[in-house]
Design a protein around this ligand. Structure first.
Ligand code: FPP
Length: 247
């Protein structure tokens, strides 16, 4: 069924949702638990949201799992997060495969441990053929890092400055395989981009939710999608980002 009453209306979008999963620490604090348990609950929430996106025929989901700035957190929290991600890959990889999820990792892989790098490589290669949903996990990622790495890659590829257009540079961005996000959601009550997908959100609709990430589910996702569609209707139908300038 692809009617609006079913909640599924692929033509109305969004095709690509980007999420800053904020509020794990506060969720844990409210329960007198260490922050780690908030991140653990955050992983469970992510798995549910992946399924919800598939059910709603969203094609791309991009989540901010670890920012370049997150290294500044206490070392036990950083190592806890790394361990959690490793555990999540081994626990959920097969399930993600069955769900039809293609996993892509975006970010600077040089600074992560060889163990985690191998886990990422395995997750990507094991799911490369899946077509239901592309989930990009931004890890050791920053929007400014992405722009700089794209410029370096373009220079290394010998693109002369006279030929460097927005469209040409886009080909070197870490997520050149995906359309720009239609909808950006940030949970946890903060109203900031925090260096996420700076290049790609030029025409994206933003929804900020007070809900803490571990409590984010179908209801909140539907509310964000409804807000997106409502804005979209007011501004004239399914929106496409303007074609990138060639010159
Ligand atoms: C922000 O909450 C959340 C993070 C820095 C980590 C998010 C990571 C996950 C949910 C795990 C993802 C795992 C995989 C395998 C993709 P916060 O700690 O800033 O919360 P606070 O603002 O309440 O302190």
């Amino acid at each position: 069924m692809t009617t609006e009453s079913s909640g599924i209306n692929k033509a109305a979008g969004p095709r690509h949702i980007a999420i800053v999963m904020d509020g794990n620490g506060r969720w844990a604090k409210k329960r007198f638990l260490p922050r780690f348990f908030g991140h653990k609950a955050g992983v469970d929430s992510l798995v549910k949201v992946v399924q919800a996106c598939i059910d709603r025929e969203v094609e791309y989901l991009t989540v901010f799992a670890f920012s370049s700035e997150n290294w500044k957190r206490p070392s036990d929290e950083v190592s806890g997060l790394m361990g959690l991600v490793l555990a999540a890959v081994s626990r959920y990889l097969a399930k993600m495969g069955q769900m039809g999820v293609r996993i892509r990792i975006v970010g600077d892989r040089d600074a992560v441990s060889p163990k985690l790098r191998n886990a990422w490589n395995e997750a990507e290669s094991a799911t490369a053929h899946n077509t239901k949903l592309t989930m990009s996990v931004a890890f050791n990622y920053g929007g400014r890092w992405d722009i700089v790495q794209a410029c370096k890659a373009a220079m290394d590829a010998g693109v002369p400055s006279t030929e460097l257009t927005e469209a040409r540079l886009s080909e070197f961005m870490a997520m050149s395989y995906a359309p720009d996000p239609d909808l950006f959601i940030r949970t946890g009550g903060e109203v900031r981009i925090s260096n996420f997908m700076l290049w790609q959100v030029a025409y994206t609709e933003f929804v900020f939710s007070d809900c803490l990430w571990p409590e984010f589910g179908d209801k909140q996702l539907d509310a964000a999608i409804a807000a997106f569609r409502d804005r979209d209707r007011r501004f004239g139908g399914v929106k496409e980002a303007p074609a990138l300038a060639d010159g």
